[in-house]
Design a protein around this ligand. Structure first.
Ligand code: PGA
Ligand code: ZN
Length: 433
C-alpha cells in the first residue's frame, strides 16, 4: 500500500450562506484521493481558531479564501509530500507547527482543518474503509441521537427570538432511521401549526423556522404542540434542547433579551428562567445558556441544573483542551460541543473528546451554521461513539446530507448498529423538583 501524499490541492467553493470556503484534495502516490470541504460559523466563540479571509473588498465582500488556498497549495502541500496519511497525529502536528500561532491565524484554521479532514479521508480510502470505521475502528457502531434545530433565532435569523436554537431530540426512537422520521414529522407538523397561527414559515441559516414569536418561551410551546400533533409523546419519544448562544446577548455582565422585549437579566435570573422552562417542557440539554466569559455564572448554572440536564459548553470551550480542562475542574458544565474547525485538526478534536470521556462528560459532534454538502461529521460522530450529533433542521441539503449519510451508515452496519439514548426517559418537565 502506498499511502504517501503526492500533492495537496484546494479550490474556492461556496458554503450554504453563499460565502466562499475551501475544498481540499489530498492525492496519494497510488492515485487515491481524499476530499473535504470546510464549514464556517456565524456565532463564533471569542477564542476559536481563526479562519483566514482575503479582506479584498473587490471579491465576495472581502470574504474570499484565495490566500488560504495558496497556503494549502504552496506551503502545506510541499511539506506533506511523502507523508504517510495513516499517521494522522504526526501530520496534524506538522500542520500546527507549520502555522506556529496559537489561533491558526497564519495559515488559517480553514486551510488547516480542510487539509486535516482530507488526510483522514485519503487514509480511509487507502485502507479501503469507510471513514467512520477508519477513525473509530471496529467498535464504531453507535449512531448518534440528533439535536435538530427546528426554530432559529439569534445570530442565525432576523426575527424576534433572542435564543439561537430550539431543537428537538428524538431520543426515544428505536433506530436512527426512525429518529429521523420522528424529527421530520415533527418539523412538518410545526410548519402546519405556525401557518395555522399566522406565523411565517421562512427558514433561518440552519433550516429551522424563523417566526416572529411573542416570546422565546412560545417556541417551546409550539414545538411541544408539534410533537403531540404527530402522535409522538413529548419527553418519551422526542424532547427539547436549547442553544441560546448567550454570548450574543451578553452586555456588561448582563443578558439583554432585546429582540423579544424580555429586558436585561443577571446570570442567576437567566438560569432561573431556564429552570422554570425545564419544569414546564421536556428539555434534556441546554448549550451556552450563559456567555463565554461568564465562568462564575456557569458554575452556579450547572450547580442548579446539571443534575437533571445536560449542560453543554460551546463558545466556552471552543473544542480547546485548555478551556475544557478549566471547565472540568470548575464544573462549569457537564458536557461539551465539539467542532473540528474551532480547533483546527482532527487529532486535536479527538484530544478534546478524550478529555470529555475521561471526565465522564457527554460530547456532541456539531456542524457550523455555514455548511457544505460535506458529510465528514456524520462519520466522525459514529467513529467517536459519543451518541450525539447536532446538524441542523430537517430541510436544506447541507443539513440533510449529514442525515442521509447517517442513514447509509446505519444500513451498512446492519444488526451491529445501535441507537441508544444518552438521556433518561421519560421526561415531562425535566426537573425532578
Ligand atoms: P455557529 O453556531 O456555527 O454559527 O457558530 C452554531 C452553534 O452556536 O452551535
Ligand atoms: Zn452553540
Amino acid at each position: 500500500m502506498n499511502a504517501l501524499v503526492k500533492f495537496v490541492d484546494a479550490m474556492e467553493i461556496l458554503d450554504s450562506r453563499g460565502n466562499p470556503t475551501l475544498r481540499v484534495g489530498v492525492m496519494l502516490g497510488d492515485g487515491t484521493v481524499g476530499v473535504a470541504s470546510v464549514p464556517s460559523g456565524a456565532s463564533t466563540g471569542r477564542f476559536e481558531a481563526r479562519e483566514l479571509r482575503d479582506g479584498d473588498s473587490s471579491r465576495y465582500g472581502g470574504k474570499g479564501v484565495r490566500q488560504a488556498i495558496s497556503n494549502v497549495v504552496q506551503l502545506i502541500g510541499p511539506r506533506l509530500h511523502g507523508q504517510d496519511v495513516s499517521r494522522q497525529a504526526e501530520i496534524d502536528q506538522l500542520l500546527v507547527h507549520l502555522d506556529g500561532t496559537p489561533d491558526r491565524s497564519r495559515l488559517g484554521a480553514n486551510a488547516i482543518v480542510g487539509v486535516s479532514m482530507a488526510v483522514a479521508r485519503a487514509a480511509a480510502a487507502a485502507a479501503g474503509l469507510p471513514l467512520y470505521a477508519h477513525l473509530g475502528g471496529p467498535a464504531a457502531c453507535r449512531l448518534p441521537v440528533p439535536m435538530m434545530n427546528v426554530i432559529n433565532g439569534g445570530g442565525h435569523a432576523d426575527n424576534t427570538l433572542d435564543f439561537q436554537e430550539f431543537m428537538i431530540v428524538p431520543h426515544g426512537a428505536p433506530s436512527f432511521a426512525e429518529a429521523l422520521r420522528y424529527g421530520v414529522e415533527t418539523f412538518h407538523a410545526l410548519k402546519a401549526i405556525l401557518k395555522s397561527r399566522g406565523f411565517r414559515t421562512a427558514v433561518g441559516d440552519e433550516g429551522g423556522f424563523a417566526p416572529d414569536l411573542g416570546s422565546n418561551e412560545e417556541a417551546c410551546e409550539l414545538i411541544v404542540d408539534a410533537i403531540r400533533s404527530t402522535g409522538l409523546e413529548p419527553g418519551t419519544d422526542v424532547s427539547l434542547a436549547l442553544d441560546p448562544a448567550a454570548s450574543a446577548f451578553a452586555v456588561g455582565g448582563r443578558y439583554d433579551l432585546v429582540r423579544s422585549g424580555g429586558g436585561p437579566k443577571t446570570a442567576s435570573q437567566l438560569t432561573e428562567l431556564y429552570r422554570s422552562w425545564a419544569h414546564a417542557y421536556p428539555i434534556v440539554s441546554i448549550e451556552d445558556g450563559l456567555g463565554d466569559q461568564d465562568w462564575e455564572g456557569f458554575r452556579e448554572h450547572t450547580d442548579m441544573l446539571g443534575a437533571d440536564l445536560q449542560i453543554v459548553g460551546d463558545d466556552l470551550y471552543v473544542t480547546n483542551t485548555q478551556f475544557l480542562a478549566r471547565g472540568i475542574k470548575e464544573r462549569a458544565t457537564n458536557a461539551a460541543l465539539i467542532k473540528l474547525n474551532q480547533i483546527g485538526t482532527v487529532t486535536e478534536t479527538e484530544e478534546a473528546i478524550a478529555m470529555c470521556r475521561s471526565a465522564g462528560w457527554n460530547y456532541v459532534i456539531s456542524h457550523r451554521s455555514g455548511e457544505t454538502e460535506d458529510t465528514f461529521i456524520a462519520d466522525f460522530a459514529v467513529a467517536m461513539g459519543g451518541g450525539q450529533i447536532k446538524t441542523g433542521s430537517l430541510c436544506r441539503s447541507e443539513r440533510i446530507a449529514k442525515y442521509n449519510r447517517l442513514l447509509e451508515i446505519e444500513r451498512e452496519l446492519g444488526p451491529r448498529a445501535s441507537y441508544v439514548s444518552p438521556f433518561n426517559s421519560p421526561r415531562r418537565g425535566s426537573l425532578r423538583s
